[in-house]
Design a protein around this ligand. Structure first.
Ligand code: FAD
Length: 398
């Protein structure tokens, strides 16, 4: 599967900050982690912190899966609005899922501090009604979030215009949000306590055998990793490992502006997204750029997806310039990637039938990164044999 194409900004900007060897010998390890994107990097962080020895292996150069394409907004707001999720799974579970995402933002902030890296900026977020018809349900959503204890404010269309300078039909402002650079965050997490050199890339795993005492992975060149436990942090390519139809694969697009000379962006440079389907979203970067994403397509066939990149860049440029004409947005780098959505907007985390000693961390959806944090904690607990009271929300058989 080609997970992305074009020029993902972080990849261009940060290049290859750290490099890793291929696996060229057999290894025995406590926990093998398959996949070194943000899900695998966070899983490793939590396990290493718990004193567990891990070996990470990836088919690609580290980070070059979906993680390098991520626009890296950190939101507690799942793709399925809270009031709709409540109708689907009940209030307690829906609120817990939202709160876990909120907590994930805080946790990611703490982790970046602990690891001593700068790739985390707290932000507010603004979720605006793109159409008049959306105002009624957006207000319902506001009430649901308020009742769940989130720090939210309802803004009328005039307030949005006055404070943020663009036309909408009303908006929810949330105090809790952040932004990161998932690519660099993954790289830095992998470097944390990276003493035993047990990280390998460009080593596709082509065979996995689960036994009652452990798991054996074999690479395309015939080397094996024997592990007591295996974490599957394989992103959208999980469709190669399981037969359950859990994710609908789509295509999404992003483009980033040239660097501006002055930081004359909207107030607070909060994260902006809207109620359109597919939704449009915007953020800024530390080096004075505006990043816009959206214009998703309902398919994931790579050549079809890639053919549209030029057109989507134009559309996203028009979208920003319509919202903020004074920005005169000029795209510099554009990219596209595979994206996944689930029936309830929630990730799949935990064990899968017939794969003893295997644990999946699949953070599908617009909140992939916060889901990766939730997955990492749940899997650490499962491997340590500790009960995790939230694990049931994300089970495959939910
Ligand atoms: C354009 C775009 C914008 C996005 N924006 C956001 C956003 O703003 N906020 C947000 O939270 N999320 C966002 N996402 C989603 C987020 O980026 C993903 O959820 C996240 O990066 C997934 O990370 P991962 O580690 O699970 O997967 P990946 O980064 O894809 O890593 C999985 C790794 O597993 C490896 N692998 C798979 N199979 C094998 C095998 N057989 N052998 C060895 N290795 C294997 C792959 O090579 C890959 O490197 C966005 C996604 C895209 C495409």
């Amino acid at each position: 599967m080609t997970l992305k194409s074009g020029y993902p900004f972080w990849l261009v900007k940060d290049g290859l900050p750290f490099t890793y060897p291929k696996l060229d010998h057999d290894i025995e390890t406590e926990v093998a982690i398959l996949g070194a994107g943000i899900s695998g990097a966070l899983a490793r962080y939590y396990l290493v912190e718990a004193g567990i020895e891990c070996t990470t292996i990836d088919a690609r150069t580290i980070g070059l899966g979906s993680t390098s394409a991520s626009t890296s907004l950190l939101q507690y707001e799942i793709d399925v609005p809270l009031h709709r999720l409540t109708q689907m799974i009940g209030r307690d579970k829906a609120e817990t899922a939202y709160k876990l995402c909120g907590r994930a933002i805080e946790e990611l902030g703490k982790i970046t501090k602990h690891v001593g890296i700068e790739y985390f900026e707290k932000k507010k977020s603004l979720y605006y009604a793109a159409y008049k018809k959306d105002v009624a349900w957006l207000k319902e959503e506001f009430e649901a979030r308020k009742a769940a204890g989130f720090d939210v404010t309802w803004l009328e269309a005039e307030d949005v215009q006055k404070e943020y300078g663009f036309k909408s039909y009303g908006a929810i402002r949330s105090e809790l949000a952040a932004q990161t650079n998932a690519y660099m965050l993954s790289h830095c997490l992998l470097q944390h306590k990276h003493k035993n050199n047990r990280i390998f890339d460009r080593s596709p795993v082509t065979d996995i055998k689960h036994h009652k005492d452990g798991v054996t992975l074999t690479t395309d060149t015939g080397y094996t990793i024997k592990a007591k436990k295996l974490v599957y942090a394989v992103g959208y390519e999980v469709v190669d490992f399981i037969d359950k139809d859990i994710v609908k694969l789509l295509s999404t697009y992003a483009t980033i502006s040239e660097q501006y000379n002055e930081r004359n962006f909207w107030k607070d440079e909060l994260l902006i997204w809207n109620t359109a389907d597919p939704y449009l979203y915007l953020r800024t970067t530390a080096d004075k750029r505006v990043l816009v994403g959206g214009r998703d397509e309902d398919f994931s066939v790579d050549w079809k997806r890639d053919k549209l990149l030029k057109k989507k860049t134009k559309q996203l440029t028009t979208d920003v310039n319509k919202l903020f004409p004074e920005l005169d947005f000029k795209p510099e780098f554009s990219w596209t990637g595979t994206f996944g959505s689930t029936k309830d907007g929630l990730p799949y985390i935990g064990e899968y039938p017939g794969k003893p000693n295997g644990y999946f961390s699949l953070g599908f959806g617009g909140n992939g990164i916060t889901f990766s944090q939730i997955g990492a904690e749940i899997i650490r607990d499962m491997i340590l044999g500790k009960e995790n009271e939230n694990a049931h929300l994300f089970r495959f058989d939910r």
